[in-house]
Design a protein around this ligand. Structure first.
Ligand code: 13P
Length: 332
């Protein structure tokens, strides 16, 4: 493990005023998003769409790293250039999602466990050789009647730590993503309690496995009311409670924090991030974005699989990335 290299990569990923672009939807998830817009779910269309994203003018003004799905990492664009080489050439670090998905957790109804540790070392050796600089692993915590269980939180956090250790052995910065899902009627207080429990458990596990924190990025969900709660907390409360939670739990030497959008609207995702950066100027780590839907969805809607919409779609994507970038320095 080269701690200097890991720290340097994490610093580049957290460069101001940039954030990360999550474009690592698995083929089934991508298929769902395409199907909603009646875009045929073909490999060719996935290439067309992702090529549109990475050739958006000025993207690297706002984005420091892009998280790719395995298929995209090995794919070529229509120009014959590999996606990962194109990203490097425009100053965006290529990263790779390496978990193999959140699966039903045995004997724990309605809970998920993320898989992908088997054979991970060999895959990471290969990704690193091919130029990946960082990785992502997403764990899913669901709030509901009597869940999450301690078993679900502990098992997922242990897997995140084992993944992080394998990444660092191969000089790849691990993004550790424990997503507390927004779905449900729960209050912001309930989300706060569960997010705290999850993050405490995660940092205990990272410490147990001696994970090098300056070379690690946390990708958390925000502390936020459930999406079907009747009296959802306002922007300011989400920003304040999220920052308090992170300050109480995240060690100061963590490499950085980059939120997922998790089903928030575009406006929510940027306003919350902006408030956190505007109202708190002496945080020990950078607080930025690693959004998928809050950057991509409106551009995908505009594209709809048609070449004649590509320019408009890129304009929308660029504008979303620009707004996220401004929010990441509190200047929205
Ligand atoms: P969203 O921003 O759409 O939640 O996606 C982020 C992500 O990478 C989920 O793993």
């Amino acid at each position: 493990m080269n701690t200097e290299a890991l720290k340097k990569t994490a610093e580049i990923m957290m460069n101001k005023p940039k954030g990360l672009l999550a474009m690592d939807e698995s083929s089934p998830t991508c298929a769902k998003r395409f199907a909603a817009l009646k875009i045929p779910e073909t490999e060719e269309n996935r290439v067309r769409y992702r090529e549109l994203i990475v050739t958006t003018p000025n993207l690297s003004n706002y984005i420091s790293g892009a998280i790719l799905f395995d298929e995209t990492f090995h794919q070529k664009m229509s120009t014959g250039i590999l996606f990962r080489d194109h990203l490097n050439s425009i100053g965006i670090l290529p990263g790779i999602k390496v978990d193999t998905g959140a699966k039903d957790f045995s004997c724990h109804p309605n809970e998920k466990i993320t898989e992908g540790l088997d054979g991970l070392r060999d895959r990471l050796v290969n990704y690193e050789k091919l130029g990946a600089k960082f990785c992502k692993w997403r764990a899913v915590i669901t709030i509901g009647d009597n869940i999450p269980s301690q078993a679900c939180i502990s098992s997922n956090c242990n897997a995140l730590a084992r993944y992080a250790s394998l990444c660092q052995e191969n000089n790849l910065v691990p993004i550790v993503e424990p997503e507390v899902l927004i779905n449900g009627k729960h209050s912001i207080d309930k989300c706060n309690t569960i997010t705290r429990e999850t993050l405490k458990c995660l940092f205990d596990q990272l410490a147990l496995l001696n994970i090098y924190l300056p070379g690690t990025i946390l990708k958390p969900s925000m502390v936020i009311s459930g999406d079907s709660n009747d009296s959802r907390a306002d922007f300011k409360m989400v920003a304040d409670m999220t920052i308090k939670c992170l300050k109480d739990i995240c060690p100061d030497d963590l490499g950085g924090i980059a939120f997922l959008s998790g089903g928030q609207t575009n406006e929510e995702a940027t306003t919350h991030l902006n408030l956190m950066n505007k109202d708190y100027d002496s945080l020990p780590w950078r607080v930025t974005f690693s959004y998928a839907r809050a950057i991509q969805q409106s551009a995908l809607n505009a594209w709809c699989g048609k070449d004649e919409n590509s320019q408009k779609s890129q304009e929308i994507l660029s504008e979303r990335a620009n707004l996220c970038s401004k929010a990441s320095i509190g200047e929205l």
